[in-house]
Design a protein around this ligand. Structure first.
Ligand code: S3P
Length: 169
């Protein structure tokens, strides 16, 4: 049995809220990589992107993931772009079971709201950007051990499905 459960997938698929509940239920630790980056930089992600650029954010993301993957019995909620980097995927895979949370573009758009906190979607036509990035990222997300559709499910339903997948009766 792998020691961590890793949630990957696009923005707005519920990785953070689902991860927190899943960790509570399993009595696992909870790591949210975006939260750690923001706490360590004492700035919101939007500001890190604006002031230091996406590549600096990705560098910090790699460091945080390396540290998180070294622990065990953690639920790790990753940022939507984390798993695209194969170094991150390999680090998380070594010690974890990876679950891809999926959602339809319209549902993602609705969930991310005005997107002010998501610099990659804070643009004129976020719907096209969602579709474009989903297409680019699909192959990387598909390397997960399992996928869970979240579009028409509430948080508890998604949590229970993950529990069943990880610990089949
Ligand atoms: C990103 C997703 C965000 C955050 C950053 C970049 C992405 O995380 O890491 O804005 O590349 O998809 P969430 O998926 O938690 O919104």
């Amino acid at each position: 049995m792998p020691k961590n459960i890793v949630l990957v997938g696009f923005m707005g698929t519920g990785k953070s809220v689902v991860g927190k509940k899943l960790a509570q239920q399993l009595k696992y630790g909870f790591v949210d990589t975006d939260e750690i980056i923001q706490a360590e930089c004492r700035r919101p992600i939007r500001k890190i992107f604006a002031e230091e650029g996406e590549s600096r954010f990705r560098q910090m993301e790699r460091e945080v993931i390396e540290r998180a993957a070294a622990k065990d019995h953690q639920v790790i909620a990753t940022g939507g772009g984390a798993i695209i980097d194969d170094q991150n995927f390999q680090a998380l895979k070594r010690n974890g079971w990876i679950v891809w949370l999926k959602a339809e573009p319209d549902v993602i758009l609705q969930r991310v709201g005005d997107a002010a906190s998501r610099p990659l979607l804070d643009i004129e036509d976020p719907k096209s950007q969602i579709e474009r990035l989903l297409n680019l990222r699909r192959a990387a997300y598909s390397k997960a051990d399992a996928a869970v559709e979240t579009s028409r499910r509430n948080i508890d339903e998604v949590v229970q499905e993950i529990v069943k997948l990880v610990f089949p009766a």
